[in-house]
Design a protein around this ligand. Structure first.
Ligand SMILES: Cc1cc2nc3c(=O)[nH]c(=O)nc-3n(C[C@H](O)[C@H](O)[C@H](O)COP(=O)(O)O)c2cc1C
Length: 157
């Protein structure tokens, strides 16, 4: 069974809850999934997995900012060669800020720059506006399943 890792950064638990649903969707899509808080993860370990999902809520206002717990991890990603490895990004934000889900933009850009194959287009990772309600959590699970299906397709082509 192909292995996926989901590494998330979250302050109040919103991105964590969304990540838990995304994991359920990935599992329904046939993947063996490891979920980690970025505080318990080392950037290099993501290369041991067949599919990499990164998630962070957005902070700051003037500039796009990751959750602070993801800053070192993000820096360490610069050293990695993803060599076409499938990947995706998601996170929670609030559209009343200038850079809605700017952290997801940053994650997508870094993955793309390091040679990962984004399973969605740049700017098209899963973005949550406000606290996730039941409907958002269901959408998160469905998105996870869709990513797993895209992964399975890309693995067989
Ligand atoms: C001080 C502050 C700054 C924020 N800046 C942004 C921002 O620039 N863009 C955005 O989309 N959301 C921003 N947010 C909203 C959070 O990202 C949002 O509340 C998110 O759901 C938190 O998720 P978490 O619990 O996973 O950390 C900000 C929130 C606070 C309190």
């Amino acid at each position: 069974m192909a292995k996926a890792i989901v590494v998330y950064a979250s302050e109040t638990g919103n991105t964590e809850s969304v990540a838990e649903e995304v994991v359920k969707g990935l599992e329904e899509g046939g993947l063996d999934v490891t979920l980690k808080n970025v505080e318990d993860s080392d950037a290099r370990e993501v290369l041991d997995y067949d599919l990499v999902l990164l998630a962070s809520s957005t902070w700051g206002d003037e500039e796009k900012e990751l959750h602070e717990s993801m800053v070192d991890f993000y820096e360490d990603l610069k050293e990695l060669d993803f060599a076409g490895k499938p990947a995706a990004a998601f996170g929670c934000g609030d559209s009343s800020y200038t850079h809605f889900c700017g952290a997801v933009d940053l994650l997508e850009e870094r993955l793309d720059e390091r040679g990962a194959k984004l399973l969605h287009g740049l700017g098209e990772g899963f973005r949550v506006d406000g606290d996730p309600d039941q409907e958002v959590l269901e959408n998160a699970k469905a998105w996870g399943k869709e990513i797993a299906e895209k992964f399975q397709k890309s693995a067989s082509s």
